[in-house]
Design a protein around this ligand. Sequence first.
Ligand SMILES: O=P(O)(O)OC[C@H]1O[C@H](OP(=O)(O)OP(=O)(O)O)[C@H](O)[C@@H]1O
Ligand SMILES: O=c1cc[nH]c(=O)[nH]1
Length: 177
Amino acid sequence: MKEKEVVDALAMKRALTRITYEIIERNKGVEDIVLVGIKTRGIYIAERIADRMKQLEDVSLPVGSLDITLYRDDKGKDMEATADLTASSMPVSIEGKHVVLIDDVLYTGRTIRAALDALMDFGRPQKISLAVLVDRGHRELPIRADYVGKNLPTSTKEKVVVQMEEIDGQDRISIQK
Ligand SMILES: O=P(O)(O)OC[C@H]1O[C@H](OP(=O)(O)OP(=O)(O)O)[C@H](O)[C@@H]1O
Ligand SMILES: O=c1cc[nH]c(=O)[nH]1
């Protein structure tokens, strides 16, 4: 198996800072925003964006988390046994809020479709946007990201591996083939 690093720790930090600036620039005031990370790495990304937002704007955005395992349409019934129903959490009501959904990789779009389903169980946001660290293409559903850290053209035979300090001990994105 071949592996090639495409984003190092500094580049990842810059990408997350840029996403944070874009969220600030495109929204008149960020007070109504709730960041919602998709398990697992999306949650760490959401927390980092919240930290950056605090540094840049002195605003503390709420960070929720979604476990979408039960909502997937492509992983089969066997996943249900491992799903943890308590794994999703919202620190505030999302009713009428602007939710920025956050994940590490956007590929077919099926995770995001499932996340939209999971989110609706918590209430009816006024708006939902999507931020991803990597968009690797190959969508199977009409879903696009509003904020993208890095566009990585890939072949379907490759895999994008996002590593994050909090869980993997380092910040790094690589492509495996
Ligand atoms: O657009 P999609 O085709 O749904 O792919 C994107 C999803 O795939 C990955 O999760 P994966 O299921 O590989 O599990 P992981 O989070 O444990 O890596 C990644 O974290 C995204 O959530
Ligand atoms: O390449 C891929 C595809 C889906 N999810 C990932 O994390 N990487």
